[in-house]
Design a protein around this ligand. Structure first.
Ligand SMILES: [Mn+2]
Length: 314
């Protein structure tokens, strides 16, 4: 089997791993997990993880160490990023080479080489199976990072694309001795503030189109008032999931640093990606995002989503 990724890791002394902007656990778990795997299995490698840290609004420390000289000689490995624009690294244009590892539908064919499986539920699944097939050792520490991505992107193994490969990945990772219940406590034990926000989000949601569409709207002023991270605010979208009448649910929010309105859209059956694509976004069939220039555009987006339900576009 041709394993270009192994070849590339061997060929470079300096390896930079980049996440997507507004990082989630899949991109961060992929980045940290891959760093561990490279350091454990290959000699004399400098591995740098760059980008924003999840929920901390801080940058990775490695960004301070990187000089232009190192960057010029590095391979950049992007994890869990579909579009080059969303790669969270300012110097992405001056690296020597780019390798894309991902599981999104391919909308932007960047990177000199890639390892992309759009049927995978998580990028950490792609990485886990690659490492396993390549007979690389996966330490308990690496497995812990990778498991975070697997469990969050699959919604605890509930989402549609959860399949045999997902459970095989879970098997590989759990057999390293990871403390699954510690990971669950870290991820799912809610702080009081977050629980309050979730209830508030449901209470203030709009239910449209005979309850088939549900919307949580977070305006900039309210976003600031919440004092929660972007991912935490977005997590309230889950309060609208698993309700029979609600076919499509979405959250539209405006962050203080970016005047655009970001939208996260979810569905159990409808191909919402086909709509999101027309609104400066995209992602997966049942979980997709969009970016609007103003709140005005939201009405049109919702109209398109209700038309999608009408046309039974799944
Ligand atoms: Mn992902």
């Amino acid at each position: 089997m041709k394993n270009i990724l192994i070849k590339k890791i061997k060929a470079y002394k300096n390896i930079i791993i980049a996440k997507h902007v507004s990082p989630d656990w899949d991109t961060q778990g992929s980045a940290y997990g891959l760093r561990e795997i490279i350091l454990d299995n290959f000699k004399n490698k400098n591995v740098y993880v760059v980008g924003e840290k999840l929920n901390l609004s801080l940058r990775e420390d490695d960004e301070d160490i990187l000089s232009e000289e190192i960057i010029n000689q590095s391979i950049l490995i992007t994890v869990d990023v579909a579009n080059f624009e969303r790669v969270d690294f300012i110097f992405k244009d001056i690296v020597k080479e780019i390798f894309k590892i991902d599981h999104h539908l391919e909308t932007d064919d960047f990177g000199h080489n890639k390892l992309v499986d759009s049927s995978a539920i998580a990028c950490t699944q792609v990485l886990t199976l690659w490492a396993h097939k390549s007979k690389l050792s996966i330490s308990q520490r690496a497995a812990t990072f990778l498991y975070y991505g697997l469990i969050t992107d699959s919604g605890r193994f509930l989402f549609d694309k959860t399949n045999g490969d997902t459970f095989q990945s879970a098997k590989i990772l759990s057999e390293t001795g990871i403390k699954i219940t510690d990971i669950y406590s870290d991820l799912f034990l809610k702080k009081f503030e977050l629980a309050k926000w979730h209830h508030e989000a449901f209470a203030n949601a709009s239910f449209l189109n005979n309850n088939s569409i549900a919307l949580i709207k977070v305006e900039e002023k309210f976003f600031k008032k919440l004092k929660l991270g972007e991912e935490e605010i977005k997590s309230a979208l889950s309060v609208l999931a698993g309700i029979e009448e609600i076919k499509i649910w979405l959250m539209a929010y405006q962050t203080p640093d970016n005047k655009k309105v970001k939208v996260s859209i979810r569905s159990r059956d409808f191909d919402i990606n086909s709509v999101a694509k027309n609104y400066n976004g995209g992602g997966h069939k049942l979980a997709s995002g969009a970016k609007l220039d103003s709140w005005k555009q939201l009405d049109k987006l919702i109209e398109d989503l209700s038309n999608l339900i009408k046309s039974k576009g799944n």
